[in-house]
Design a protein around this ligand. Structure first.
Ligand code: CA
Ligand code: CA
Ligand code: CA
Length: 749
């Protein structure tokens, strides 16, 4: 960069840093995919200034990411010997960086980049051939190990090996915090950015059939597939067109790579539109003609249960399901996404790209004209998949972008080349050749939570030699989340132990690829061997040692969550609840305030209860039970007290009775009757006609009913039989029987 030097001097109150440092940070910092928006105002004559402004803004963005701070006041960083600056501000994790060249002059150029870092909390890193080649050391090559060869010295891969009728897959097999990968199974998270270079051997045939059949970069579900899977032709049959992505391979279920899966295919060989079981059935555009152009296309999978009988090879039946997996136009019914079709005119959203020049320029090492891709030159490919975190309606929309360039053809500048290879930041310097949204059903989206990533290839009657180099994969964010349980209790935060100590288990649930660790921060809590880390669901077993001193508290960190252990002191007196009984109550009448008491232990106490009548509660600090019962019956509440050691004591009270608020009497005598009030007089003007009812508010007194009412409100008569409701089992009648159905007096007990 011109004038690319900062000094360490203070100037105009701004902070000075070294641009060299900032640019170096571009390579080592970064914690997420960037949502970039750009704005610019510049003259076309000053495009170089604009590029410089863009890079200043980019450096600022990287620097801001490195700060890992939610907020950072707007600060201008500038070059000492010029008016070139970037201004950085972070507001609620949204980083805004503006690069300015020739600030304040007619030649000013200004670019602004904005990155929302709030959903990218996990620092991450790259997976690459450069540092992870040993993890690409074992290709899956069922029928010919020449098909895929890895070179651990040069960090390159050969696909094809120059052999016919072979196929295979090369999956990343390592473990890495980048992508939360475990034995090759990575968390798809919010997507992935991929860069690699590939070089095909020259094919200058008019119909591009000198070499076959191409390769794919594939992402396959690790939930539905194991890492030993590959597609490929049925044994003994020639169908390189399946590219190791479609077809049964040699797996027992004859399904090859099962959905969900997606691939970017690099197809340099035309195949027609025959039955999916037959060879030449990929629906490549212009197959069989000299108009065929090598193409790059997005592939998903075909129908899961295509109609028609099985495909039969050598007398063995194979499910048709895998045979159309890289057939253009297959899929698209039900939940199956559409495999990309050749568009009538160039259209990135079609998912299918062919270089307009097709065949007709100089091969690298011969005087012939070669087909695009197959010219002996090295091409660069870049793939960006954004995986949604939430559905859109009932589906999940994946955005897939791809760029394929031969650098000299694309006319890249050095800066564009640098950006193109930098997978830690979205690429925005040129329009992607492929930019397709594909909608996945919820189950497929979920089955993509864990994935294997790598390459597949296949050959038929022709052979191929493709060299892969310089792979880089960046996972913007793994989406690992963890829940812990103590038995059925979700998200427990603490447990109490007596002076004697004991043991406990906390279980963890998470996605299978997600790692976790557990640790104790105090020596008296120890984790059982082998339970201090894991991946996926698991559990942590711990032991609390006996306590010889005062009460103590220790914490464990389990899958990122803090769990507290409280243990009683060695000298805690025994704790007990001393309240012997609990009074009964009456429905809808305030319960007599009752204070439960305890002895022993170490105050303060903490009270809780279970099984009390509805409407009553206990004050945790004072032990006072209060409230108004709203239901009747017999209750057996248990009161629990916890002291500060801590230790607990329980006491259960049997048959605490809550009575009805009123009684309702039904006159079943056939005559009018008269109730006697508490004072012994017949109630003025109160009579109960035959069949009538009479509601008696509870007042604790017995109520009698008489046949007649004489002068002076005297009641007389005898033997009146009534029936009623709301008496409970403990109430008695005049004769000492249970209930009130058999006589004329109710006694509330
Ligand atoms: Ca070809
Ligand atoms: Ca093909
Ligand atoms: Ca194709």
């Amino acid at each position: 960069m011109k004038n690319g030097r900062f000094t360490n001097q203070q100037k105009n109150g701004s902070i000075l840093i070294s641009l060299l440092i900032a640019l170096t940070m571009m390579a080592i910092l970064g914690a997420g995919i960037y949502t970039l928006t750009t704005s610019s105002s510049y003259s076309e004559l000053l495009a170089n200034n604009n590029n410089n402004a863009y890079d200043l803004a980019r450096a600022g963005l990287r620097y801001g990411v490195g700060l890992q701070s939610a907020n950072f006041a707007a600060t201008t960083f500038y070059l000492s010997d010029s008016n070139h600056t970037f201004t950085l501000a972070i507001n609620n994790s949204v980083i805004t960086s503006t690069g300015v060249v020739n600030a304040g002059t007619f030649f000013e150029a200004r670019r602004t980049l904005v990155y929302d870092a709030s959903w990218a909390p996990q620092p991450s890193s790259l997976l690459s051939f450069a540092k992870d080649m040993p993890s690409f050391g074992s290709p899956i090559v069922p029928n010919n190990q020449q098909a895929i060869q890895t070179d651990q010295a040069t960090n390159t891969v050969n696909l094809g090996g120059g052999v016919q009728d072979a196929y295979g897959a090369l999956w990343y097999q390592g473990s890495s915090i980048a992508g939360f990968c475990s034995n090759g199974q990575c968390s798809f998270g919010t997507g992935i950015n991929v860069f690699f270079e590939f070089t095909f051997a020259e094919d200058y045939s008019n119909d591009s059939t000198n070499s076959a059949d191409g390769f794919t970069f594939t992402v396959m579900s690790a939930i539905n597939n194991t890492r030993d899977r590959t597609g490929g032709a049925a044994p003994g049959y020639s169908a390189g067109e399946l590219m190791g992505y479609a077809g049964p391979g040699v797996t027992a279920d004859k399904l090859g790579i099962k959905p969900p899966k997606l691939a970017l295919e690099f197809d340099p060989y035309p195949n027609g539109s025959g039955d999916i079981c037959s060879s030449s059935s990929r629906n490549d555009a212009n197959a069989g003609t000299t108009s065929f152009k090598n193409h790059v296309a997005l592939m998903f999978w075909g129908d899961r249960a295509p109609s028609g009988s099985s495909c039969t090879f050598g007398g063995v039946a194979y499910p048709r399901a895998s045979f159309d997996d890289n057939r253009h136009g297959a899929g698209g019914s039900g939940d199956d996404p559409q495999n990309s079709l050749h568009p009538a005119s160039p259209d990135p959203s079609s998912g299918y790209y062919e270089y307009a020049g097709g065949r007709g320029y100089q091969c690298k090492s011969s005087s012939n004209t070669c087909n695009w891709l197959e010219d002996g030159y090295t091409y660069s490919a870049r793939l960006e998949i954004t995986r949604p975190t939430a559905p859109s309606g009932s589906v999940y929309n994946y955005q897939v972008k791809a760029w394929i360039v031969r650098r000299d053809l694309a006319g890249f500048t050095d800066i564009q080349t640098s950006h193109f290879q930098d997978v830690m930041v979205p690429y925005g310097d040129s329009t992607p050749q492929i930019n397709k949204t594909v909608s996945l059903a919820a189950q497929d989206h979920d089955d993509f939570r864990g994935v294997f990533l790598g390459f597949t290839e296949g050959t038929g009657a022709s052979t191929q030699q493709v060299t892969l180099a310089n792979l880089k994969m960046f996972f913007p964010q793994g989406t690992c989340s963890y829940a812990i349980f103590s038995g059925d209790i979700a998200s427990p935060t603490s447990a109490n132990y007596t002076v004697a100590g004991g043991s406990g288990t906390i279980s963890i649930t998470t996605t299978t690829v997600c790692p976790w660790t557990a640790s104790s921060l105090v020596p008296w809590i120890t984790l059982a061997s082998g339970t201090d880390s894991g991946k996926g669901n698991g559990s942590v077993s711990y032991t609390v040692a006996a306590n010889t001193g005062s009460a103590r508290t220790g914490t464990m960190t389990i899958a990122g969550q803090t769990f507290t252990v409280n243990q009683a002191a060695a000298d805690c007196p025994a704790l007990s609840i001393t309240t012997a009984s609990l009074a009964g109550g009456r429905e809808n009448v305030s319960y007599p305030s009752t204070t439960v008491t305890a002895s022993g232990g170490v105050t303060p106490y903490s009270w809780s209860m279970s099984g009390l009548p509805n409407g009553l509660s206990i004050n945790a600090a004072t032990g006072v039970i209060s409230g108004t019962p709203i239901s009747v019956g017999l209750f057996n509440p248990t009161i629990t007290v916890t002291d500060s050691c801590p230790q607990t004591a329980n006491r259960t009270y049997s048959n605490v009775r809550i009575k009805y608020e009123t009684y309702t009497i039904t006159n079943s005598t056939g005559d009018t009757i008269y109730p006697q009030d508490a004072g012994g007089s017949c109630r003025n003007n109160t009579s109960i006609s035959a069949g009538g009812t009479y509601s008696i508010p509870y007042n604790g007194a017995a109520v009698r009913f008489y046949q007649t009412r004489g002068g002076g409100n005297s009641c007389s008569g005898s033997s009146i039989s009534v029936s009623g409701a709301n008496a409970d089992a403990a109430d008695t009648d005049y004769n000492g029987g249970v209930g009130i159905n058999s006589s004329w007096q109710l006694i509330d007990n």
